[in-house]
Design a protein around this ligand. Structure first.
Ligand SMILES: Cc1cc2nc3c(=O)[nH]c(=O)nc-3n(C[C@H](O)[C@H](O)[C@H](O)COP(=O)(O)OP(=O)(O)OC[C@H]3O[C@@H](n4cnc5c(N)ncnc54)[C@H](O)[C@@H]3O)c2cc1C
Ligand code: FES
Length: 349
């Protein structure tokens, strides 16, 4: 059975099967609704249900509160329709057809960027094309059926290489495996590219806001942007705990010199030994101190969920147009938070 979903602001319709999520149906029919984790956790796909009814077959997802449900909000990556429905959802610009593929990848190199962040360079199969937009992410497919999301940290390139920057979530199924067992030359399986966190051709000055390894997708986006002359000023804010966590500052300083990027590192827990002279505190505070009126800006931000939530609230209060605020929230997978038994990390191979 199929139902009709009407996008209220767009005057567009698409069909959705009773066993399909509204996001899946829209993407299948070439309508790119905004989304991030695809797992009911990050809130990127949240919109309003104006008419009709939906349900969550696996239960109400962790990324929506009871009060948001009561307000008529819904997470379209998990919601299936119970009949025809009218929704308000953010539709993003998709400049090219992007095919989602499942591919084997070979680990070309592993190196430590800090004691708890590893850079993986993955070699895609020579015979395959893998089109993506800088800022998108891939799933690592684990042997037991679980999936783990990581952002691609480089712009698309001729060498068919993907760069990932992976922080160790101690006790985590996949990252324990990456830090303790993965070797150069090993094969992994990925699925992607996923997500709508890529440059949307905003005709505005840009603020890039990273928390920790949230730098990864922003690095890719800036690499893509800097292949052309920048039309508008770009300012990168990078929040981390200590100076050692700003793991690719040499590269950022090169962008400052070569492309005129503005750069503000912000430490929340500076090590006294660093004798840090720069900004301290939280990155969202540093942004609004520098830009108290955000109404004319586009913001791209990635990092831990707490940082994304704080930024959303603070930036909206500073006049930010929500339509120009793009983000990837680095939530853990819902299976980890649902308390699934941690399995032998070797199942990640
Ligand atoms: C769109 C997206 C992009 C992302 N990009 C990046 C990126 O570029 N770089 C990056 O570093 N991260 C990124 N992340 C975050 C990354 O996906 C998570 O860090 C990753 O999923 C952790 O996987 P894991 O299997 O190691 O941990 P999980 O097994 O998922 O565990 C996560 C945490 O939960 C705890 N835990 C697990 N099981 C239990 C249990 N039974 N009881 C109590 N606690 C438990 C673990 O100790 C761990 O701290 C991204 C996330 C999203 C959604
Ligand atoms: S909550 Fe739906 S995409 Fe993340």
């Amino acid at each position: 059975m199929s139902f009709t979903i009407t996008l209220a602001d767009e005057d567009r319709q698409f069909s959705c099967r009773a066993d399909q999520t509204i996001l899946d149906a829209a993407l299948e029919q070439g309508i790119t609704l905004s989304y991030g984790c695809r797992d009911g956790m990050c809130g990127s796909c949240m919109g309003s249900l104006m008419a009709g009814h939906i349900e969550y077959p696996q239960g109400q997802p962790g990324g929506i509160s009871d009060s948001e449900v009561a307000d008529g909000q819904a997470l379209f990556c998990k919601a299936v329709p119970l009949g025809n429905a009218v929704i308000k959802a953010r539709v993003v610009r998709q400049s090219e057809e992007i095919e989602i593929k499942t591919l084997p990848v070979k680990v070309k190199s592993i190196d430590y960027l800090t004691d708890d962040v590893i850079r993986l360079i993955l070699q895609l199969p020579a015979v395959e094309t893998f089109h993506y937009r800088a800022g998108q992410w891939v799933y690592f497919l684990l042997k037991d059926g679980r999936k783990r999301a990581f952002s691609i940290a480089n712009a698309s390139n001729q060498d068919n290489l993907l760069e990932l920057q992976i922080r160790h979530a101690v006790g985590g199924v996949f990252t324990d495996f990456v830090f303790n067992q993965l070797n150069e030359g090993d094969l992994l399986r990925i699925e992607g590219p996923h997500g709508t966190f890529y440059f949307q051709q905003d005709e505005k000055p840009l603020l890039l806001v990273a928390g920790g390894t949230g730098f990864a997708p922003l690095k890719g986006i800036f690499e893509e942007l800097s292949t052309q002359e920048l039309k508008f000023p770009v300012h990168l804010f990078w929040g981390s705990r200590a100076q050692k966590d700003l793991y690719q500052e040499d590269l950022v300083r090169e962008w400052v010199d070569r492309h005129g990027l503005s750069y503000t590192p912000v430490l929340s827990d500076a090590d006294p030994e660093d004798k840090w002279q720069g900004q301290t505190g939280f990155v969202h505070q540093a942004v609004v101190e520098a830009y108290p009126d955000l109404s004319g800006y586009a913001v791209y931000m990635a990092g831990p969920p707490q940082m994304i939530e704080a930024c959303k609230q603070t930036f909206t209060e500073a006049g930010m147009d929500p339509a120009s605020l793009y983000y990837d929230s680095f939530d853990y997978s819902s299976d980890a938070l649902n308390g699934m038994q941690q399995q032998d990390a070797s199942s990640a191979e």
